[in-house]
Design a protein around this ligand. Structure first.
Ligand SMILES: Nc1nc2c(ncn2[C@@H]2O[C@H](COP(=O)(O)OP(=O)(O)OP(=O)(O)O)[C@@H](O)[C@H]2O)c(=O)[nH]1
Length: 308
């Protein structure tokens, strides 16, 4: 059967790769909106975030997976499981490799895992990212090396940050998806609840402001969301820290840290929502938040995965 050109297609695409490979940057480029938060620190993606891109008559639903790294704590283990969960559900898997880092130990591990876990019906593509950082011969050698190690359906050379090659990749993905009706209304760019995006925005600002290890030990939740009659939104968020001492750090001298974080986050939220936001932040100590199942559910992670 030949599909007509306006045949609709829809399916899931998982972006996988080492922490910092550029998955969030690529997702944002493909979707054209800031749905996933980019910072300069690794392991910032705490949830399986999906973005939806339209390309011709195809709807591409992206699963942005957390970095695949060696599990250490319970939370890390759940994140690895979530990453593979995303890949297992996908019609197409795109492995992002950093051009200037080449075949690292982490990339080798992912290739091994792909060989074991990729479902036969899946198409696995290679996207060599950050090509702006290397010369052509390096790129060609890396392409050959990686294709010798795994039978990729296609290789793309991209710069997610600069946008090079991203349209070509998106067009190819669109053509690989199964024929069928769209999964989301066309105007919906992300199925991530707005509360979760708002929490991610605050967490990003905290991460940028607090340069130590501390940000990895805190989580942000939007407890309340009120759409006001005047068109503005009131958002109440709680920043959970794991130790009493951390509370003071997040608050800062006379509350100046949390004030600055709140202001910066509010500006981004207003930009994102296109309306005025009243943001209220609170800090609470919860010593064992990393062990609590409801925290995992809210982050889109499956708590039982962390138990294995
Ligand atoms: N030079 C260059 N830098 C890039 C490119 N794409 C992404 N980056 C940078 O690489 C860093 C990591 O990008 P992210 O998109 O956060 O990476 P990630 O894979 O989502 O990271 P995790 O959330 O830790 O898994 C950021 O500082 C990006 O600006 C690129 O094409 N060229």
């Amino acid at each position: 059967m030949t599909d007509s050109p306006d045949q609709t297609r829809a399916g899931f695409v998982a972006l996988i790769g080492e922490p910092n490979a550029g998955k969030s940057t690529l997702l944002n480029r493909m979707v054209g909106a800031k749905v996933s938060i980019v910072t300069h620190k690794v392991q910032t993606t705490r949830a399986r975030i999906r973005g939806v891109a339209m390309e011709g008559a195809s709807q591409i639903v992206f699963v942005d997976t957390p970095g695949l790294f060696r599990p250490r704590r319970r939370l890390d283990r759940a994140m690895v499981a979530a990453a593979w969960g995303g890949a297992a559900d996908a019609d197409v898997v795109v492995l992002l490799v950093e051009a200037h880092r080449g075949v690292t130990e982490g990339v080798e591990k992912i290739l091994e895992a792909l060989a074991e876990r990729a479902v036969p019906k899946q198409r696995v593509a290679l996207a060599i990212n950050k090509i702006d950082r290397v010369e052509a011969p390096v790129l060609l050698a890396l392409t050959k090396d990686l294709n010798d190690r795994f039978p990729f359906a296609h290789t793309f050379m991209i710069s997610a940050e600069k946008g090079h090659g991203v349209d070509t990749l998106r067009k190819w993905l669109a053509g690989e998806l199964p024929a069928g009706p769209w999964l989301y209304p066309e105007d919906q760019i992300a199925d991530l609840p707005m509360r979760m995006i708002a929490a991610e925005i605050t967490r990003e600002k905290l991460t940028l402001r607090l340069h130590q290890e501390l940000p990895y030990q805190l989580t942000v939740e939007s407890e309340k969301w009120e759409d006001r009659k005047d068109g503005s939104a009131r958002i109440d968020q709680v920043i959970y820290v794991s130790r009493d001492g951390h509370k003071g750090i997040v608050l800062g001298n006379k509350g100046e840290t949390i004030k600055a974080v709140g202001q910066a986050a509010r500006v981004v939220m207003e930009e994102f929502l296109g309306r005025k936001v009243h943001l209220f932040l609170q800090v609470r100590v919860r010593t064992n938040w990393q062990e609590e199942s409801e925290r995992y559910d809210e982050m889109g992670l499956d708590f039982k995965d962390g138990n294995t």
